[in-house]
Design a protein around this ligand. Structure first.
Ligand code: IVH
Length: 686
């Protein structure tokens, strides 16, 4: 009797402990910002273990006791750095940089001081000690005086040499290299993708991921993380009597490279502060293109003698400085969450922010992806949030700052009705997205028409998002077919339309009637039918009617299509509204046909290789390529002995010459078209 009550209490306690331990691990490994002492965490885990041992029926696979790497160890031993690991003073602009440089000149008593400018990689500083050429100790920076011994984890980092290479001068008895452990952006994305799949919390940025990965108590976990390393400084050393290390930073970097370390890339020597500033800006401009995160550039005095004269203040050398790029993160208020409806009816949340300047750009919106993302971030309306901006991509919210809540924040409620049309919202099981269930929802309609008109689809010149919205709002179009019935006079009567723009738009619409079936299919925005699937379908069927007549099994049988796409097509065609739209399109002259192909592998041109060169009058290269491929031919870019035909258009260049040299048959455009038409005729005959 009392057993049942006890059981419940035990269960509750177990849950409590699991949550606490998980929170502790999360703060420690992922946020790198623990609020719980190690002792408290250990005690919680010990208590949980004991309870689970006494009640094995309550053990679940997701308990922290079951997780590899979460086993407590004594943590890491501490290491005294043989030479303090310094940090850097920061400057934030050109003026700050020049001020620093002028002080260097003043203190050095001369102006012919050379500098080295390096990228400042955003990772974790470490020191690697080699004795007699062998890696013996790897330590984190810690507070600069005392760090943690992470040797076992660092051994798993492939960029770190376990033995030094032969170099000139050779590896000394003791050598310490300092540098940064980091994750490449690609490695970071892959790691987070893995974690998302496993339902684990995501790392906020590569730096946190690198820190979390390096401080794993189980080296096997570290080994599974794609950590990288680069060396940027020679640290402590003991040399044989009489030997001296190179006396410039630049040569020391070269020595480190020769000893087998990956060394900071694209370091540059600069003779003047103008050059230094140019190089800093160069890094800022190149930053997005790099596969690793940098948060600035580091400027160092090259001559070690001058470095020694300058010395250090507290923990910062006077001979080096960091130029920090303008912050890419900022904090601001979340004013509202707006829901936009996409063309397939997806509800896309967008954060409306109190405008804030981040990295020189004013940010007032951020993506939120979907309902789950809002939940993951535990956002409340009115929250202070950390916002991050990278390159041209739309900024994202990194986290809510819970400490700054004052009770006025409101919960955000995910809508059950479409914010535009009021229709019911549905979330498909197994998908993260929610959908508006009304296909004539005006928001969806605008997006659908804009998609239909877009480059990869019907490519209607002059019909962008704003124009589409105007046409829909004015009631001139209620579906894509209405575009083809637009009346010139009514267009001209609209605001922002002149005769010329109306004519241009109508011409653009008219021209789109000849787009091939694949583009029309893609433009219709059938769920799961992207450009690739549209092409596959267009190779098999003569027109939309034939596609809609196909059974789900038949569609699913097409190589590359599969059951989900097939189902989606059958659903689309099954809707009366869509069938009516297809008929309406045909009635206004949009019914591309004649592209039917047999399976490419056994087409009439199977095994033949074509090279297209020069400009063709009657069709684009893309169209020519598509038609050839559909007939089984291969189209390549270079003329070789294996080339069967070279199609020579206007202004053909070296490829035509090469064709003659290699005695490959050249076809004029007319000959080529004749060959195409004949082969297509063959393909259509049963
Ligand atoms: S030199 C005395 N060079 O920045 C020189 N540091 O804010 C000390 N860092 O702890 C560091 N790239 O983690 C140096 N090329 C580079 C660097 C770099 C990144 C980091 C390092 C250091 C922090 C100082």
């Amino acid at each position: 009797m009392s057993g049942a009550g006890d059981g419940e209490a035990v269960q509750r306690r177990i849950e409590e402990l699991r949550r606490k331990i998980e929170r502790g691990s999360y703060e420690y490994f992922i946020l790198d910002n623990p609020t719980m002492s190690d002792a408290e965490w250990d005690a919680a885990l010990r208590e949980l273990r004991a309870l689970e041992e006494a009640h094995p029926e309550l053990v679940t696979p997701d308990s922290p006791t079951q997780r590899v790497g979460a086993t407590p160890s004594e943590g890491f031993a501490t290491v005294q750095h043989p030479q303090q690991m310094l940090s850097l003073a920061n400057v934030f602009d050109e003026a700050g940089l020049r001020e620093w440089g002028e002080r260097v000149y003043r203190l050095a008593g001369r102006r012919d001081v050379e500098f080295v400018v390096e990228p400042k990689i955003d990772g974790l500083a470490i020191a690697l000690t080699y004795r007699d050429g062998r890696f013996t100790l790897g330590a984190t920076r810690g507070d600069g005086v005392t760090g943690e011994d992470v040797t076992r984890n660092l051994r798993t980092v492939r960029a770190i040499p376990l033995r030094l290479h032969d170099a000139d001068p050779p590896a000394p008895p003791v050598l310490e290299a300092r540098g940064e452990v980091y994750l490449r952006k690609s490695g970071f994305e892959a790691l987070n993708a893995r974690r998302a799949e496993a339902g684990e919390p995501l790392y906020a940025n590569p730096r946190n991921a690198a820190a979390g990965s390096l401080r794993q108590l189980d080296p096997q976990i570290t080994a599974s993380r794609p950590l990288a390393f680069f060396a940027y400084q020679l640290g402590y050393y003991e040399l044989p009597a009489g030997a001296r290390p190179p006396d410039t930073h630049w040569e020391r970097l070269e020595w480190l490279r020769a000893l087998g370390f990956p060394v900071t890339r694209d370091a540059a020597r600069c003779a003047t502060l103008d050059e230094v500033w140019d190089r800093c800006r160069w890094w800022q401009e190149h930053r997005e293109a790099l596969d690793f995160e940098i948060d600035g550039a580091v400027i160092k005095v090259n001559a070690i003698g001058v470095q020694e004269e300058l010395g250090q203040v507290i923990r910062e050398p006077r001979w080096a400085v960091a130029f920090k790029f303008p912050a890419v993160q900022g904090t601001t208020r979340l004013n509202a969450i707006e829901i936009n409806v996409g063309r397939t009816g997806t509800l896309n949340p967008l954060a409306r922010l109190e405008p804030v300047e981040i990295g020189g750009v004013t940010v007032s919106r951020a993506t939120l992806h979907n309902e789950d993302e809002i939940r993951r971030l535990e956002l409340k309306l009115g929250d202070w949030v950390v916002v991050e901006r990278r390159g041209d991509v739309i900024p994202k919210i990194v986290k809510a700052i819970e400490e700054r809540r004052d009770g006025t924040e409101r919960d955000f409620v995910w809508p059950t009705e479409c914010p535009t049309c009021g229709a019911r919202v549905e979330r498909v099981p197994g998908e993260a997205m929610s959908y508006c269930t009304n296909a004539s929802c005006p928001a969806q309609l605008k997006e659908r028409i804009a998609h239909f008109a877009s480059r990869g689809a019907m490519d209607i010149e002059g019909l962008g998002g704003e124009r589409v919205a105007q046409l829909v709002d004015e009631g001139l179009v209620a579906d894509v077919a209405d575009l083809y019935r637009l009346d010139r006079d009514r267009l001209i009567a609209l605001e922002r339309f002149a005769e010329k723009s109306a004519d241009n738009l109508l011409a653009g619409i008219e021209a789109s009637k000849t787009r091939p079936l694949a583009r029309l299919l893609f433009g219709l925005g059938i769920r799961h039918v992207g450009e690739r699937n549209a092409r596959l379908l267009a190779e098999r069927y003569a027109g939309l009617g034939e596609i809609c007549a196909a059974s789900q099994d038949e569609l699913a049988g097409i190589a590359g299509i599969g059951p989900i796409v097939a189902e989606s097509i059958v659903d689309f065609c099954g809707e009366e509204r869509n069938r009516a739209l297809i008929a309406k399109l045909a009635s206004v002259g949009v019914a591309p046909r004649g592209e039917v192909r047999v399976a490419a592998a056994d087409g009439p041109l199977a095994g033949k290789t074509f090279v297209l060169t020069g400009r063709l009058e009657g069709l684009t290269r893309g169209e020519a390529t598509a038609r050839l491929q559909a007939l089984g031919a291969t189209v390549t870019g270079t003329v070789t002995k294996k080339t069967d035909y070279v199609v020579v258009g206007e202004d053909a260049g070296s490829k035509a010459e090469r064709a003659t040299a290699l005695k490959r048959p050249a076809l004029t455009e007319a000959e080529f078209l004749a060959l195409l038409t004949e082969a297509e005729g063959d393909a259509e005959r049963p």
